[in-house]
Design a protein around this ligand. Structure first.
Ligand SMILES: Cc1ncc(COP(=O)(O)O)c(C=O)c1O
Ligand SMILES: N[C@@H](CCOP(=O)(O)O)C(=O)O
Length: 478
């Protein structure tokens, strides 16, 4: 499989990049995001895949996108990654060997538990694989990499845990100062590892993400300091996330003629972008429900056709903080498909977005294509979140986190009669204890090894959200 950039060569021109190149390259040199030159069609493989375990399913799906790693090696990487030991923090009574157990709240309403990995958020699903892929690809090339990432709370710790002890990888992770939960801060800042550097920037996630993109767009700096990416701007993240849509579909259905609805708590559009691609590959998804918190840029687009990213000062600090995002990177990947994979159109639209502007697709023919992509959307507020957490606790004795609560709330409004709805459970409640206490007047349970992490010593460098300052921090340590 070759890869093309959303802003580069158009789909009918020759594509150039292999998987390992874009794994290590992250953002495309033209500022766009990589996508495969076509989506493999797999409807006729669902029978064969239905009974596979997670690691084997991951191998089968990923091998459609990765043809420059020998099969035996890729299978071994998947087997090493998707183990019950790594994804062990599941609810009592669930089988950790399922990797993503399905929990039913009603016969046709399920949670897909994606947050049973080391950092208790869905980011571990892809990030653990990335850690192993980086180690493999760098080892083969005899190279090292300096990862520059941005987090609103979960990507950071997932990346840092995935890269722990990897001698050929350094991680520089930008987080928004004072915007994450105490637990999230402790997960990252309490790590005392020679290859991990935490930087808290004065701003929001979008400021941090802008810095990552600006550094990546400086070709000379990127090459000199071997800068790589672990955010979902890196195609490998999205590819790995496709797998659990298939696994969730198989767990919630009996036959491959059944259709399902997925509900996805969304911020940077990476998670639901993987669902969109799974559907484009032929997985019978009748509807993709996009759920936002009070930062409802994406909900606004799917309701109105207008994409209006907000500035950091217009971005709300909410109780589902990992979704406090107003400029969704992966939305560009979806728009590339929506406009018929015409890179020139994407370039023009993002010229406006990158200059702080907006776009309106209403007067374009692309709006007529939108319904065929099966998205619906809704948003959730702090009060909705509390009510949903309470309701699920009282009716099912299950504690859900604030982001999953947004997904449940919007799913209840947009399910389709007679079809199973699968809400992606994107984090564990313990990461957002303050809001859980507000909703339920009790503390969430936490895994034993994470008892007391908030009182460990923390190391973080605080700085302005400034590209030059971040560059000199990185340069001084490489
Ligand atoms: C817990 C949680 N839920 C949902 C999201 C939103 O996912 P995405 O950014 O892929 O849309 C994130 C962050 O990305 C998250 O950390
Ligand atoms: N919600 C994320 C921010 C988005 O990150 P991405 O790596 O999925 O692009 C976080 O918690 O850090």
């Amino acid at each position: 499989m070759k890869y093309i950039s959303t802003r580069g060569v158009s789909a009918n021109q020759s594509a150039t990049q292999s998987f390992s190149d874009i794994l290590l390259g992250g953002l495309a040199p033209d500022g766009g995001l990589y996508l495969p030159e076509h989506y493999p069609q797999v409807a006729d493989r669902l029978n064969e895949w239905r009974s596979l375990d997670y690691a084997e399913l991951a191998f089968r799906i990923l091998s459609l996108f990765i043809d420059d790693i020998p099969s035996a090696d890729l299978r071994a990487i998947c087997k090493k990654t998707y183990t019950a030991e790594t994804y062990r923090y599941c609810r009592p009574g669930r089988n950790a060997a399922d990797i993503v157990p399905l929990t039913s709240l009603a016969p046709d309403f399920h949670l897909l538990e994606l947050s049973n990995g080391p950092t208790l958020a869905f980011k571990d699903m892809a990030m653990q694989l990335l850690g192993n892929l980086f180690e493999y690809a760098l080892g083969k090339r005899g190279e090292t990499i300096n990862i520059l990432g941005a987090t609103s709370g979960d990507t950071g710790s997932a990346a840092e845990y995935a890269m722990l002890g990897k001698h050929n990888v350094r991680v520089f992770m930008l987080s928004p100062e004072g915007r994450m939960s105490a637990f999230q801060r402790a997960q990252m800042y309490s790590l005392d590892e020679p290859n991990i550097f935490n930087i808290a920037v004065r701003g929001m996630f979008d400021d941090a993400q802008d810095i990552v993109k600006a550094v990546s767009n400086d070709a000379e700096f990127k090459a000199r300091y071997k800068i790589g990416a672990v955010n979902s701007i890196n195609w490998a993240r999205v590819a790995a996330q496709i797998v659990y849509y298939f696994k969730g579909y198989f767990a919630a259905t009996r036959s491959n003629d059944d259709e399902v609805v997925f509900s996805v708590p969304s911020g940077n559009f990476g998670n639901i972008c993987a669902g969109h691609i799974a559907r484009m590959m032929g997985l019978p998804i009748a509807r993709l429900v996009l759920a936002t918190n009070e930062n409802n840029v994406l909900d606004e687009f799917f309701r109105s056709g207008i994409y209006r990213p907000r500035t950091s000062s217009e971005t709300h600090v909410t109780s589902s903080p990992s979704m406090d995002i107003s400029k969704a990177s992966n939305f560009e990947r979806f728009v590339f498909d929506l406009v018929g994979r015409d890179a020139a159109v994407v370039r023009e639209l993002w010229q406006s977005v990158d200059a702080g502007g907006t776009f309106d697709l209403n007067a374009t023919p692309f709006m007529t294509h939108l319904p065929a992509f099966c998205f619906v959307s809704g948003s959730s507020s702090h009060a909705d979140r509390l009510a949903t957490i309470r309701d699920v606790w009282q009716r099912h004795q299950l504690m859900i986190d604030t982001h999953t609560a947004d997904g449940v709330k919007v799913a209840r409004e947009h399910g389709l009669p007679g079809l199973p709805t699968i809400v992606l459970e994107t984090a564990q409640a313990v990461k957002f204890a303050e809001t859980i206490r507000e909703a339920l007047d009790r503390d969430p349970l936490r895994p034993l090894p994470l008892e007391g992490i908030e009182s460990l010593p923390q190391q973080v460098t605080v700085m302005a959200a400034d590209v030059a300052a971040v560059k000199s921090f990185v340069a001084a340590r490489c």
